[in-house]
Design a protein around this ligand. Structure first.
Ligand SMILES: [Mg+2]
Length: 244
């Protein structure tokens, strides 16, 4: 059965490693040919979501910053932002980040923090060099009521209740509630997809998920294997198999 909506992570799922490949366009063509909306749900920043919405007309919605903000097109085709957290959370994060950088003058925000609205990131490589510093930073965030998680490259932090699943749920109720989420599908490959693997009925891990499987408490019910199912190849192969 063809899914009613395709939700998908971006890095490592719709890209092969860090590379865009022609397969990404095959997936967009599938979405158009079968009239299935595709909604990207990514940890990347708001400015990345603007790029995707601006340049790929097959995409009407992108959820970015790990579920912190939705970007959609307005009636003139321009990207419009809808944060899933409140103004006060965005302000709290801003103030807390200033305090953090003042207290720990030897750390800096990740390069892509520049385009972020609802979360910030610190390069993990900087923190792993000094475990005591890492602990102190986490303590500071906890005390300031800031949530955080580590990916394989970043310590991400934010204010408020943010997760990919939380965002998908709100998005669905607001924009596509006539569709049952049980008839939709989610593709992912990493730790920040765990809320989707946990609560979303039909989720699929592309084969590159094997690198983080041991760290996942909740795994997707379908896990693809083999080099031929890495990233977008796995997404595309699985979507084709649903046509049969
Ligand atoms: Mg990923």
């Amino acid at each position: 059965m063809i899914p009613k909506i395709i939700f998908s992570d971006f890095d490592g799922t719709l890209t092969k490693g860090t590379e865009f490949t022609p397969r990404f366009f095959d997936i967009l063509d599938y979405s158009k040919a079968h009239s299935v909306p595709i909604v990207i749900v990514t940890g990347r920043s708001l400015s990345w979501a603007h790029f995707l919405i601006t340049h790929f007309s097959a995409l009407d919605f992108v959820i970015a910053e790990g579920g912190g903000v939705l970007v959609r097109r307005d009636e003139n085709g321009n990207p419009i932002d809808e944060p899933f957290v409140e103004r006060k959370n965005i302000k709290h994060l801003e103030v807390s980040t200033k305090g953090l950088l003042k207290k720990f003058s030897n750390i800096s925000l990740s390069a892509d923090s520049f385009g972020r609205l609802t979360d910030r990131a610190i390069e993990l490589s900087d923190l792993l060099l000094d475990i005591d510093l890492f602990k102190s930073v986490k303590k500071f965030l906890e005390k300031d009521n800031i949530n955080f998680s580590t990916s394989n490259v970043h310590l991400n932090f934010w204010s408020g209740n943010v997760s990919k699943y939380n965002a998908v749920k709100i998005f669905h109720e607001k924009f596509l509630s006539e569709v049952s989420l049980d008839e939709c599908i989610y593709f992912g490959d990493s730790l920040n997809d765990e809320s989707m693997f946990r609560y979303f009925e039909n989720s699929v891990g592309v084969s590159s998920i094997k690198d983080v499987l041991s760290k996942l408490e909740y795994r997707p019910p379908i896990i693809l294997t083999g080099e031929e199912n890495d990233g977008p190849d796995g997404v595309y192969n699985h979507l084709l198999s649903l046509l049969k």
